[in-house]
Ligand binder design. Structure first.
Ligand code: AMP
Ligand code: MG
Length: 339
């Protein structure tokens, strides 16, 4: 199969591919997604094949407008409408009770479904033109860092899908926040583009799922099936260094060897400390939105440089920091040291 790169002007061609059961890479504000007609089980099944994704890891349904929620969900709580009003279109996924019109393959057989209304205008135009909800996970091969540019998606998916619509670089850079509204209190299943603090401001108490902050014990079952898999991982092993930025930079300087093949992901202020190594800058040490925007790009760049070991400075967990820390921890298989 040849994978065509489409420009934003060709969004109707992307919609046509989706309508007839094909696979299209679509830009969103979070990361590039691998989209298919969410009401067509055969098309959705192709997503799992193209990514090498385990069948028990459900997908998110993307809709162009909050009013579509009622087509696919039942028992929608008031809180869902409050969140939609505040954060949609935007990087928030709500877990709600599904209607039977949603195919089992989308939800991995669960009686709930993840729903999101994305903010990227091109993405919404594609879904509108397709006229169906678009099932889409991130557009990477299973286990790899999510793609935040069309080229990164092409690197993973060339020859496996029909087309990629190039809508430019993703502005958020990490996936959507996932909140489960089928339990009380609501539960954060994955930190992402909407910070936990902003959800708390609307919902009051929010429980944080253990899988967000620590590796799960043997036999422990996560609420978001995807959280159990090794994820976001570059080829090289990663050591995450936690602590005050000055101390974590110093820790890396003290422990890095002279080998050129040890790379560093660090805050801009410290880049010049590691001149003899491949360096990817995350942004200024307090610019948490920039860290999110650059993280996956930095991990992929390390692989492109052929680095054999990656040292990464870790931000704190305030605001967008929680999502960045979660992705870094998973990329490293929770190989974390305290500076
Ligand atoms: P991705 O699109 O690659 O970010 O993957 C979607 C994420 O949403 C995975 O971590 C899934 O486990 C999670 N997810 C999707 N649907 C549900 C659901 N019904 N309940 C819990 N988690 C879900
Ligand atoms: Mg993913």
């Amino acid at each position: 199969m040849r994978t065509n790169l489409l420009t934003v002007n060709e969004f109707e061609a992307a919609a046509r591919i989706i309508r007839v059961g094909g696979l299209v890479g679509i830009p969103t504000e979070t990361v590039y997604g691998l989209g298919a007609n969410g009401l067509n089980p055969l098309a959705v099944d192709r997503i799992f094949q193209a990514k090498g994704r385990p069948q028990d890891n459900p997908l998110i349904l993307h809709i162009p407008d909050p009013s579509w929620l009622e087509r696919y969900c039942q028992d929608i709580p008031k809180s869902a409408w409050q969140l939609a009003k505040r954060f949609w279109p935007g990087p928030l996924t709500m877990i709600l009770r599904r209607k039977s019109i949603v195919p089992d393959v989308v939800t991995a057989g669960l009686d709930t479904v993840g729903m999101r209304c994305p903010a990227h205008s091109v993405c919404r135009a594609v879904i509108q033109a397709a006229g169906v909800p678009v099932a889409a996970p991130s557009g990477n091969l299973s286990g790899k860092p999510s793609p935040t540019t069309a080229r990164h998606m092409l690197d993973d998916m060339d020859g496996r899908i029909n087309a990629i619509l190039d809508g430019g670089d993703c502005q958020v850079g990490v996936e959507s926040t996932i909140i489960d509204l089928t339990c009380r209190p609501p539960r954060l299943l994955r930190p992402g583009g909407v910070p936990l603090e902003e959800l708390q401001a609307v919902l009051g108490e929010v429980e944080v799922d253990p899988a967000v902050v620590r590796p799960l014990d043997e036999g422990e079952k996560p609420r978001a099936p995807g959280m159990k898999y090794r994820h976001y991982a570059p080829k090289a092993p990663v050591t995450v260094v936690r602590g005050d930025p000055l101390r974590s930079a110093q820790y890396i300087l003290d422990h890095i060897t002279a080998s050129y093949w040890e790379g560093v992901i660090c805050f801009n202020e410290f880049a010049h400390w590691f001149e003899d190594h491949p360096v990817e800058q995350l942004g200024g040490s307090l610019d948490r939105f920039e860290h999110a925007r650059r993280l996956f790009r930095a991990l992929r760049a390390m692989d492109e440089n052929g680095v054999k070991h990656i040292w990464a400075q870790c931000p704190d967990t305030d605001g967008m920091g929680l999502a960045v820390v979660n992705r870094l921890n998973k990329a490293s298989g929770f190989h974390i040291v305290d500076a």
